[in-house]
Ligand binder design. Structure first.
Ligand SMILES: Cc1cc2nc3c(=O)[nH]c(=O)nc-3n(C[C@H](O)[C@H](O)[C@H](O)COP(=O)(O)OP(=O)(O)OC[C@H]3O[C@@H](n4cnc5c(N)ncnc54)[C@H](O)[C@@H]3O)c2cc1C
Length: 469
């Protein structure tokens, strides 16, 4: 029997749910607060010259992200593999006031003062000794009884505490975390070890070594998905209240020009970030665990600042595309590694408290700071600047942060409540999947919510079946 389903949010999760429900013959309407689809998939084409673009949100597709790859194939989207660094490439670091150009794979020149027994291991040896066994202890996050006892122990610790428990020195912890584990939440002293290691397991572990970008921009994926939905998306409607009563769900919205409208259906897929859902009135209130998850789930602060340069000097110099620093600009990435030269874009990727400090600056100040910081790697870059722009995710009213992260004990206390349905309201969004912060997680969550509706099953029961979706 066909049911009318409202989908709240035209990000990848909402679009994937809509796609599956429409294919199954359901009557679907998607409500979206913005005037565009894609949510945290946001390709910036202004102010760049020469047809170049940069990703404010999702950028990489990993080789193991079979759902993203499957949609791309079916929708006729091309992927470009990330260039593999040449064996003679140099990896730039700027640490403790010093620029270091380290040959790829040779970390002996890094300034971390390691213990005698750690000195010869290099970063990969440290990873194998300390991180790999912890990743194994995570178990299978898709299993309905996850987290098991080993994983639950990791949830009681910060990542620094878990690595120290395995015998890592403080310098070794800093070295293995730089540019890897410090990119989520407020860093390794605040994040649940389990949350960080699950991400490591499900992304790097399953992704293999291959990574891609979507040719023409990541937004091609949500735009193509939306096109396949025909006219079912209504733009400019922000949900203010969700009410369940006598077999119906009512969503009261405010339009972009201030008008009000109420949409009614048999089911709702709520596919908006919990950071925004927090401000939506819920009648009757959801369960205590769900309300706690909505209230307490935090979203990583991220500010990305992009600078376009006339020439891609860094590739001419044989530098790799990711530079690690302890400067206020944090990490540096080649923002357009698969786009044709001669011009190129570098980005300063700031996370956590550093991003919150950058969010207080004007865009001009952020750009000036990035230009200064990048010039500390090579003064020659300064005279090649063409233009710049910046995006602060905390300031985006429909995202309020970049992606979910967990403090110790949160996953065990209310992690399971993230995805469970509340009456006629089903939940999608990357935060409700075991892969927050990835398009793969968003798409999987949308498919899971659609399956719940189609099968009448509860969210937790469906989780395992998702492997094959
Ligand atoms: C900085 C950054 C880097 C990232 N890098 C990568 C990467 O390299 N690779 C990767 O795979 N993923 C990456 N991601 C993650 C990826 O972008 C997200 O996981 C995914 O886009 C989330 O999709 P979603 O549908 O769950 O949520 P969203 O994309 O946030 O969609 C939610 C939608 O709901 C709408 N909405 C919000 N509130 C309301 C309301 N009240 N009423 C109506 N509509 C509303 C929003 O406008 C939005 O369109 C990154 C994200 C960020 C921010």
């Amino acid at each position: 029997m066909s049911e009318r389903v409202i989908i709240l949010g035209a990000g990848l999760a909402g679009l994937a749910a809509a796609h599956a429900l429409v294919l199954a013959g359901q009557d679907v309407v998607v409500l979206e607060a913005r005037s565009r689809v894609g949510g945290r998939v946001l390709t910036l084409r202004q102010p760049f010259l020469d047809g170049m673009y940069a990703e404010a949100g999702a950028k990489y597709v990993l080789g193991g992200h079979s759902t993203v790859l499957g949609f791309a194939r079916r929708l006729g989207l091309d992927l470009d593999p990330l260039p593999v660094p040449h064996t003679s490439a140099l990896r730039p670091f700027h640490l403790r006031g010093r620029r270091i150009l380290a040959p790829i794979g040779d970390d002996t020149s890094l300034p971390h003062v390691l213990r005698a027994d750690e000195q010869q291991l290099g970063l990969s040896g440290l990873y194998r000794r300390y991180v790999a066994p912890l990743v194994e202890a995570v178990g299978d996050p898709f299993h309905e009884s996850w987290p098991g006892p080993g994983a639950a122990h990791l949830d009681g610790l910060t990542l620094r505490e878990a690595l120290a428990e395995r015998g890592a020195s403080s310098a070794a912890i800093d070295a293995v975390s730089l540019g890897r584990f410090d990119l989520v939440g407020d860093g390794i002293d605040a994040s649940s070890a389990l949350g960080v290691l699950r991400r490591e397991l499900l992304t790097v572990g399953r992704g293999g070594s291959s990574a891609y970008t979507l040719r023409g921009g990541s937004d091609r994926l949500p735009v193509a998905l939306a096109k396949a939905l025909g006219g079912r998306i209504q733009f400019g409607w922000a949900a203010k209240r969700i009410e369940q009563e006598q077999g119906t769900v009512r969503v009261s919205c405010r339009g972009s020009t201030g008008e009000h409208r109420t949409f009614t259906a048999e089911r709702l897929v709520c596919a908006i970030p919990f950071s925004v859902l927090r401000g939506v009135e819920l009648v009757p209130a959801f369960s205590a665990d769900k309300l706690r998850a909505i209230r307490e789930l935090e979203h990583t602060s991220v500010v990305r600042t992009f600078i376009q340069y006339r020439r891609r000097l860094w590739t001419e110099w044989g530098w790799s595309s990711g530079w690690l620093t302890d400067l206020p600009i944090m990490h540096v990435l080649d923002a357009a590694p698969t786009q044709p030269p001669p011009s190129g874009i570098l980005e300063a990727y700031r996370v956590g408290p550093c991003a919150r400090a950058a969010g207080l600056l004007s865009e001009e100040e952020r750009i000036a700071m990035a230009v200064r910081g990048l010039s500390q790697f090579a003064p020659e870059l300064a005279s090649e600047v063409q233009c710049g722009t910046s995006y602060a995710w905390d300031l985006d009213p429909w995202a309020r942060g970049a992606f979910a992260w967990f403090r110790p004990r949160q996953l065990t206390q209310w992690g399971r409540a993230l995805a469970t349905r509340e009456g006629r309201v089903h939940f999608a969004g990357d935060q409700t999947s075991p892969m927050p912060g990835w398009m793969e997680g968003a798409l999987l969550s949308g498919q899971r919510a659609a399956l719940e509706i189609l099968s009448g099953a509860s969210g937790a029961c469906m989780a395992e079946g998702l492997h094959g979706v």
